[in-house]
Design a protein around this ligand. Structure first.
Ligand code: HEC
Ligand code: HEC
Length: 425
């Protein structure tokens, strides 16, 4: 007993405490914990949605049901491959899940194991591991422009683990532990498809991703990361591109294996990756080639009368009256007040925005709305503006002016206000 309280022991215990405290403090100061060195990116096992159901006005998935739907699609593929799928009824555990049979999917795990192993090895060779990510491809200029060097990616990977992984998942599959509980679900980066872009098609620019990170996505669980140091945001963007590119190549090769089934040899996989990887990388580095042309905001809109006329004209285009049909009202029924969910390209649910709320996912600057109206939101099924509208960029601004005034009755010309709000004012 006495020994325990001796001066020597006291010092020893104290010393241990100091060591422990230092360790805790140090780990707190360390910006982010690194990944274990032996951790590899797991091979894709969830189904690839080749085509989502083409339906309108479907119920959205309930909280937590997201994982069940994708697990259900997998079960369906397995039963079909075993010839056990009944034409009329589904197994009881799948009956509660909506529209499963209307999806077209590929289950990677039903493809030949040899080809899949070759894919895993080739992906690791080009893209490394979470602790040491890389993009090992020849196009130096593209890698430099996209900031895909090893140092930036290693930093990005650590920051991603801390800030993004719980929603967007280890491989960027959008299936982190939080994902089933938030709707809309976090983006699956693996198809390389994004919603809020300043280009007519193809990959987003780094600036598009940067805007999303700075502003977050209003009205969804995607937070703003504005308070992070700019160099952290830069590194995270590089890492999102890395995950996206890796996911695109993985998905494309799995589709290729699926279309050739048993004949694909390890060498074919390596060759195919060699063929498509540089093309996909170029898709990212050339993103700006597809930039949406923007007519500078016409100064005459600063005149109150001219602005009012523009809002009035935007309304007409929106509801297809007066010759130029925007066809907006067909989806944004009652200006979006109606809740009509449909499927997006990822096979999850989306609804035409309620434009009376003033909540914009892709940003509220006039230019953000210009991009949305001109380019549409293709993965959500919102088409780009019809040619009759797009050929005159002033019409796009008319629509933007209208959309911006719409949530605020007092900003609308009285005749337009009456049509939209009637006695609801
Ligand atoms: C709490 C969950 C959550 C966290 C944390 C989160 N996100 Fe998201 N993120 C979302 C959701 C939800 C969406 C999809 C919104 C939609 O589809 O409208 C999204 C979408 C995105 C998009 C796609 C934008 C587009 O144009 O399609 C990017 C890029 C993105 N997040 C990056 C990140 C990065 C990088 C981090 C970490 C720094 C992060 N997110 C952290 C939930 C989250
Ligand atoms: C085929 C259906 C469809 C048509 C036609 C359509 N939209 Fe949309 N729109 C949508 C969907 C779906 C969304 C929600 C996308 C999302 O959040 O992923 C949306 C969202 C929007 C948004 C919100 C953007 C944001 O940042 O949140 C605006 C603004 C918009 N639409 C304007 C228009 C205008 C103007 C037109 C006509 C030129 C139009 N839409 C035509 C389906 C459509």
């Amino acid at each position: 007993m006495a020994g325990l309280f001796s001066a020597r022991n006291g010092w020893r215990l104290g010393g241990a405490a100091v060591v422990l405290l230092t360790a805790v403090l140090l780990s707190g100061c360390e910006p982010v914990d690194p990944y274990p060195a032996d951790l590899t990116y797991p091979a894709r096992s969830d189904v690839i949605v080749v085509e989502a159901p083409k339906l309108e006005d479907v119920p959205a998935d309930r909280p937590g049901q997201f994982t069940a739907i994708f697990a259900g699609l997998k079960t369906l593929d397995r039963l079909e491959s075993e010839g056990k799928l009944n034409a009329n009824t589904l197994p009881p555990e799948l009956q509660d899940l909506p529209n499963l049979r209307l999806y077209k999917t590929i289950d990677p795990e039903l493809l030949p194991a040899g080809a899949r192993e070759a894919l895993q090895k080739t992906l690791e060779k080009h893209f490394g591991r979470p602790s040491a990510p890389k993009v090992d491809l020849d196009d130096k200029a593209a890698l430099e422009q996209l900031k895909l060097d090893d140092k930036t990616l290693a930093e990005g990977s650590k920051l991603y683990r801390r800030h993004c992984l719980h929603c967007h998942g280890l491989t960027g599959d959008g299936r982190g532990p939080t994902a089933p509980w938030v709707n809309p679900h976090p983006r699956d980066y693996r198809p390389g498809i994004y919603k809020f872009i300043s280009v007519t098609e193809g990959r987003p620019t780094r600036e598009d991703l940067s805007r999303t990170l700075h502003e977050g996505i209003e009205g969804t669980s995607m937070p703003s990361f504005k308070l992070l140091p700019e160099e952290h945001i830069t590194a995270i963007i590089s890492y999102v591109i890395h995950l996206s590119l890796r996911g695109q190549i993985e998905m494309e090769v799995l589709k290729y294996i699926d279309s050739n089934k048993t004949d694909v040899k390890a060498g074919d996989v390596v060759d195919y990756v060699g063929q498509i990887a540089p093309v996909f990388l170029k898709g990212w580095s050339d993103a700006r080639a597809n930039e949406i042309p923007v007519l500078e905001y016409p100064k005459e809109f600063n005149d109150k009368k001219v602005f009012e006329e523009s809002v009035r004209n935007g309304h007409k285009i929106f509801i297809n009256e007066g010759g130029v049909e925007g066809a907006c009202i067909g989806c944004h029924k009652d200006y979006g007040r109606q809740n009509q969910f449909r499927y997006d390209v990822w096979g999850t649910m989306v609804r035409p925005a309620n434009l009376t709320t003033g909540i914009y996912r892709g940003g509220r600057r006039p230019i953000d709305l210009y991009y949305r109206v001109h380019g549409g939101i293709p993965p959500s099924g919102m088409p780009k503006a019809p040619d009759t509208v797009a050929k005159n960029p002033k019409y796009i601004w008319d629509l933007v002016n209208f959309v911006q005034a719409l949530p605020y009755p007092s900003m609308l010309p009285p005749d337009v206000r009456d049509r939209i709000y009637g006695d609801k004012k």
